[in-house]
Design a binder for this molecule. Structure first.
Ligand SMILES: [Zn+2]
Length: 624
């Protein structure tokens, strides 16, 4: 009897290690599979084929059920209590954190449901409301969507029409006021049920691992150090009457450079310039597959994005490369539209590089979803799109069909016209973040208080001449996933500016510098293993701070021009040297399999060469 007992115990121990290993392996691959099924359908539907909507919904539900699987969480806790292996313990802890992140405690399920119901109610009300403005001449109602009216406000040449649209959007801002008050209370109840001060604190900790105190310690100095620009605007107003009105500001300050700049960004050369720039910056897509759908189409989703149907994973210790898709809405031939395409190739191309370079064994660390930080993901993409927007890049790559380079003269003229508002570049993000923080901290919230907080923050962060409820038209504040998350874009901008300053200091230049990509690759490999602020410290060598951003965005026009002129000189020297360096002109190879598609139509791929693909694509474009 005794003997059998001992035997059983020993067998049980070995089985446990084996069992844990199998369990970890099972959840790793289950995650990859459910993610893939959902994302593949997501792409098809977002590219315009609505027939798969139901299937997509079902796949999403299956993925959510996995994430909220209480049995897995219990099992992990059980294994953790008996696990002896350090390696296994680490893996189990990562998954424990993952499942806890998506878990709704039983007593909070009804609160979450109430929030979801309010959300759909608000969405429905917004989608079915009457939208339009009163024509200032005919006094008739003109049906026009909110988005269309925003475009009129920034582009219509008649001030009366712009103002009419502004007044109409002010009314729309009150669409969901009652429900919004109830919604905020519900979200706060949920967050408090989980032990947080309020929903803002909960969201910020969950997504970025930060406290409100930490976030606003970084944000507040930006307001203080840039508000001098409001004074400059008041001085400008004396010459430019009415510029501080909310229906005039963006129209009067835009400056018409779109048409003049367009010639330097021919879209049929975009692929080549992207390929060259990324290769020369040392970006390697690690044998991943990429599918690019760049033109606008009817029924296609109206915003650019990147996602990864296959996340990087392992099969018996062999790494399986990922698969990324990215898209945008270029209207080929429309003035200004190509620059949107360039922006996408750099922005989404940066996103793609990030998660195709992850090598974590725990697959939940290789995707863009939490525990991954949005701010950290945006840091990568914004890093590359800001490289594209620099004079440094334009000087090397932006040429028109005659071979003329984007000139210093154009750069200076644009700078002089637009620089007055440059220090205020983060003010909308600061405004939305401060507004939501105030809302979620407000005791006994009422409709009147919501309006008061909205007006107060609008005035503070825009210094416009009229009050506005603009903040209540920001769609992000009405949904669980995007409420109290807007700071992510601001954090990313701070981080990428800090990172660029670090590279500039270390190497002197970024464009065509292969060491930049090499350093970035090292942190990309870590996936979502660390929090945003840990990553920033690791990448840039210093803690996240607003200093680099403030320094960069409050530079005097003279200083910027000086730097640009110096750059032109050093570029001339550089180009001479470049001619002698063969590596820079080698064929483009991003170490990826690239497919150019248009919906379900395959246009070309790089199986012969990147150059052949770019050529085929240009030919196809010119037949459109
Ligand atoms: Zn992005």
């Amino acid at each position: 009897m005794g003997y059998t007992y001992v035997m059983k115990n020993r067998v049980k121990k070995n089985t446990t290690t084996q069992e844990i290993e199998e369990f970890i392996e099972k959840i790793r691959s289950e995650y990859v599979l459910l993610h893939k099924r959902y994302e593949e359908l997501f792409w098809i539907v977002y590219m315009g084929n609505q027939k798969f909507s139901k299937k997509k919904y079902d796949a999403q539900k299956k993925k959510e059920d996995f994430q909220n699987n209480e049995k897995y969480l219990t099992k992990i806790n059980e294994y953790l209590s008996m696990c002896a292996q350090e390696k296994q313990k680490k893996s189990l802890h990562i998954w424990k954190n993952f499942f806890e992140l998506y878990h709704t405690p039983k007593d909070m399920v009804s609160v979450k449901d109430a929030a979801t119901n309010l959300e759909s109610k608000m969405q429905k009300k917004t989608a079915t409301r009457k939208e339009g403005y009163i024509d200032p001449y005919s006094h008739k109602f003109i049906a026009s969507s909110y988005i269309a009216m925003r475009t009129i406000i920034s582009t219509h040449e008649d001030e009366k029409v712009r103002k009419a649209c502004f007044l109409a959007t002010e009314q729309l801002a009150e669409t969901n006021l009652d429900d919004y008050v109830a919604y905020v209370k519900t979200l706060n109840q949920y967050a408090r049920g989980l032990g947080f001060e309020d929903f803002y604190a909960f969201k910020l900790m969950q997504e970025e691992g930060m406290t409100k105190k930490e976030l606003f310690a970084v944000f507040d100095p930006i307001y203080e150090k840039t508000k001098f620009a409001f004074k400059d605007m008041r001085i400008l107003e004396k010459k430019m009457l009415g510029v501080r009105s909310p229906w005039n500001m963006s129209y009067m300050m835009s400056g018409n450079f779109i048409k003049e700049e367009d010639q330097y960004f021919p879209f049929d050369e975009a692929l080549t310039r992207w390929g060259q720039s990324f290769q020369r910056m040392g970006v390697d897509y690690k044998e991943g597959t990429m599918q690019l759908d760049l033109l606008d189409r009817k029924r296609k989703y109206a915003n650019g994005f990147c996602h990864w149907p296959t996340i990087v994973h392992y099969k018996e210790d062999k790494i399986i490369p990922g698969h990324a898709n990215f898209t945008c809405n270029v209207v080929y031939g429309q003035v200004g539209s190509a620059s949107n395409g360039y922006h996408t190739l750099f922005h989404e191309g940066g996103h793609a590089a990030h998660y195709l370079n992850t090598v974590q064994k725990e697959t939940c660390l290789n995707s863009e979803y939490p525990p991954a930080s949005t701010a950290w993901a945006e840091t990568q993409s914004m890093f590359f799109d800001s490289v594209y927007s620099t004079f440094e890049w334009k000087q090397s790559y932006a040429k028109n069909k005659k071979g003329e380079v984007y000139s210093l003269e154009l750069f200076e003229r644009k700078l002089k016209k637009l620089s007055i508002r440059k220090p205020l570049g983060l003010s909308s993000i600061l405004m939305i973040s401060n507004f939501e923080r105030d809302i979620y901290e407000c005791k006994n919230l009422t409709k009147e208080k919501v309006k008061k907080i909205a007006r107060y923050n609008f005035k503070k962060f825009t210094d416009m001449s009229e009050d506005s409820l603009w903040l209540l038209n920001v769609p992000h504040i009405y949904s669980w996933s995007s409420a109290c998350s807007y700071h992510g874009y601001g954090l990313a901008d701070l981080a990428q500016t800090q990172w660029r300053a670090y590279f500039k200091k270390k190497y002197g230049y970024i464009v065509d510098n292969p060491k930049v990509g090499k350093e970035m690759t090292k942190v990309w490999a870590l996936g979502a293993k660390y929090s945003f602020k840990e990553f920033v410290k690791m990448a840039t060598g210093t803690h996240l701070s607003p200093h680099a951003w403030i320094k960069e965005n409050t530079k005097s026009v003279q200083k910027i021009i000086q730097e640009a002129r110096a750059l032109v000189k050093s570029r001339e020297v550089f180009h001479e040297a470049k001619k002698k360096r063969a590596h820079i002109d080698r064929p483009i190879n991003l170490n990826a399999k690239i497919l150019m598609v248009n919906g379900e139509e395959k246009i070309t791929d790089n199986s012969n060469s990147f150059e052949k693909m770019a050529d085929d694509y240009a030919k196809w474009l010119n037949k459109q």
